[in-house]
Design a protein around this ligand. Structure first.
Ligand code: AMP
Length: 279
């Protein structure tokens, strides 16, 4: 595996990679969710490029950029064992050189849910994804359903900016008790970790309600609220039953639906979702 830390070394190493190239963009502290993306890319592409970059512009001033888990040694070992060809670990100054001023704003899809809870978050995400995809120049790029709104933001910018890359969305990898894997899970205390199972339980109860015939979207959101509220260590932020493509809140549950929620456990903020097709 080659390791590039500068744009110049990335470009040099990229030249000799056979197509199709698959790119997996991460913020590191790699876990089995990341590994599933790397394995899918490895299976489908002649070359795999992975980036590890904790992107400062997608964190708000009061958010956890400084405290975000970092583990470069573990990450390099994980990328090596996933048979990545090229690892890109740039410094912030490489991605945002002096004078860098251009940002990418994808419009309405970035407004609700995570966009409302984290002002500016998706401008940072869309900008860094655009920069990284332009630098790496992959034919395919792999994203996790875990960050459902992010996948819609990335599809939007790739289409709107005419980027010649196929976006592949991979299923959410979970712990045995349902908790979606996340780098932030490392920071949970044992009591908080036990409490986090409420997220998947809320989604599953909502799904069961829909499967039992409930079509009133507010009743579905109410059920998720009630389940999250039953856990004293959870501080709920939002619950949503939305159109899976536009993320507009539904009145009637029908078609392709995204059930999603966000809550805090101590100072760790977690999100989760499940997509549903309702005929
Ligand atoms: P992150 O390092 O959190 O920015 O995530 C990098 C990529 O891995 C994103 O496309 C995420 O959606 C994806 N990812 C993170 N957690 C999971 C998970 N539990 N299952 C599947 N993909 C994930």
């Amino acid at each position: 595996m080659e390791v590039a830390r500068t744009l110049a070394s990335l470009r040099r190493a990229r030249l000799s990679l056979p197509a199709p190239v698959g790119a997996v963009l991460t913020m590191g502290a790699l876990h089995d969710g990341h590994r599933s993306l790397l394995a899918r890319a490895r299976g489908e592409c002649a070359s795999v490029v992975a980036s590890v970059f904790v992107n400062p512009t997608q964190f708000g001033p009061a958010e956890d950029f400084e405290r975000y888990p970092r583990d470069e040694t573990g990450d390099l070992a994980a990328l090596e064992s996933a048979h990545v060809d090229l690892a890109f670990l740039p410094l912030v100054e490489e991605i945002y050189p002096h004078g860098s001023a251009t940002t990418v704003d994808v419009g309405p899809i970035a407004q609700p849910l995570e966009g409302a809870a984290r002002p500016g978050h998706f401008r940072g995400v869309a900008t860094v994804v655009t920069v990284l995809l332009n630098l790496i120049g992959p034919e395919r790029t792999y994203f996790g359903q875990k960050d459902a709104q992010q996948t819609l933001v990335v599809r939007r910018l790739v289409d709107d900016l005419g980027m010649p890359v196929q976006v592949v969305v991979c299923p959410t990898v979970r712990e045995a008790d349902g908790l979606a894997l996340s780098s932030r899970n490392r920071r949970l205390s044992p009591a908080e970790r036990a409490a986090t199972t409420v997220l998947f339980r809320a989604l599953e109860e909502a799904r069961a309600l829909v499967e039992a015939g409930e079509r009133d979207a507010e009743a579905v959101r109410q059920r998720m609220r009630a389940v999250v509220a039953s856990e004293p260590l959870a501080r709920p932020e939002y619950v949503s039953a939305a159109d899976a493509h536009t993320l507009r809140e539904l009145e009637v549950v029908a078609g392709e639906v995204l059930l999603s929620l966000a809550a805090r456990f101590g100072d760790t903020r977690l999100i989760d979702n499940i997509p549903l097709t309702v005929r």
